[in-house]
Design a protein around this ligand. Structure first.
Ligand SMILES: [Zn+2]
Length: 259
């Protein structure tokens, strides 16, 4: 593995791991889908990340698939909405990065709003929880678990528990089951400190602050244990990025390294 230059954001000498955060469309859902018992609706961003490690590029999730993309300027969809130009492929290209240079994709889980772009990074190895892979394979419904989107032909690295992607402690994948059986998160060690990419084990800031579960999850006890694990990391100084919180994501700088 060797460094890949990001033309829009050249690496400074001695700079460590950098993280780029993106919103890649939206899902409109009842708020109770994220926080059980809440009323009303929420326009929740779909989110994904590029991790720029000196030894190679890694994605954490890839957002919605091409089947959801509408032409730019056409009317927005009232459920799942992504406009042309906003896909993970296009976000990565907009930085000047060739999608063929992505070496790894960490898939938090195989739900359609998290793995839809996996197939567009042909040289990436997909890092997926073994339990998640098996569950998706056995429960593909063409909607939430869509085989064309998660069974994309690249090599799979099936993880059970923890996996240190570069063997240097900077990008560590760890199990956060509950939302789904094999859900996983990642801790990224940037020069500005540790950042935890939670995906759907922590969709909202309030999920963590109030230990609130969604209306539906695969295993509520596991989901709560995963939130407590995140709380422990936060107590040690890590910043925890919830996956679908519109207010939080308003504050996140896009297309530049997270500071
Ligand atoms: Zn999900």
């Amino acid at each position: 593995m060797s460094a890949v230059e990001i033309p829009s954001a050249p690496r400074k000498p001695g700079e460590g791991v950098r993280l780029f955060a993106f919103t890649v469309g939206y899902v409109h859902l009842p708020l109770s889908y994220f926080l059980k018992g809440e009323q009303g609706e929420v326009k929740a961003p779909v989110t994904a990340f590029l991790i720029d490690h000196p030894k190679g590029l890694v994605l954490f999730d890839t957002g919605l698939g091409q089947r959801f993309v509408r032409p730019r300027g056409s009317p927005a969809d009232s459920f799942i909405d992504i406009e042309q130009g906003d896909t993970m492929l296009e976000r990565v290209r907009a930085l000047g990065v060739d999608p063929a240079d992505v070496r790894w994709i960490i898939s938090s889980h195989f739900h359609a709003d998290h793995c839809g772009g996996n197939g567009q990074f042909p040289n990436a190895t997909i890092i997926i929880g073994k339990a998640e892979h098996d569950f998706a394979r056995d429960n593909a419904d063409g909607q939430l678990y869509c085989r064309e989107e998660f069974d994309t032909g690249q090599p799979l690295l099936k993880v059970h528990g923890e996996h240190d992607v570069f063997g240097d402690g900077t990008v560590v994948v760890f199990a956060t089951a509950g939302h789904t059986p094999g859900h996983q998160s990642a801790r990224v060690r940037t020069d500005g400190g540790d950042i935890v990419l939670t995906a759907d084990c922590c969709t909202m800031q309030r999920s963590l602050e109030e230990f609130r579960l969604p209306e539906h999850c695969h295993d509520a006890d596991q989901a709560l244990a995963s939130l407590k694990l995140l709380a422990g990391l936060r107590q040690k100084g890590a910043r925890v990025f919830p996956s679908h919180d519109p207010d939080f994501w308003e504050t996140v700088a896009k297309n530049v390294p997270v500071r």
